[in-house]
Design a protein around this ligand. Structure first.
Ligand SMILES: [Zn+2]
Length: 76
């Protein structure tokens, strides 16, 4: 089992969002249950309320420091 793109979140804005989303490739179908749990844990690390851009009003993931849409600094 491998989690790909686990560290790609920092590249958002340079590459399409779809390509930067975490991917989980199963080598064994019976790993599915374990894999789902691992994905949920990974998602939970970045959990939190979205950060709204003061410049354009776009919601950004909580880990972002800059707005993905316009590049403005996010408060907080
Ligand atoms: Zn913005």
């Amino acid at each position: 089992m491998r989690v790909l793109n686990a560290n790609a979140a920092g590249a958002l804005g340079e590459i399409p969002v779809d390509a930067a989303a975490p991917q989980l490739w199963l080598e064994e179908p019976r790993d599915e249950e374990r894999a789902r749990r691992a994905l949920e844990e990974f998602r939970a690390q970045g959990a939190g309320p979205p950060r709204r851009c003061p410049a354009c009003g776009e919601d950004n993931p909580p880990a972002f420091d800059l707005c993905w849409k316009c590049g403005a600094a996010l408060p907080g």
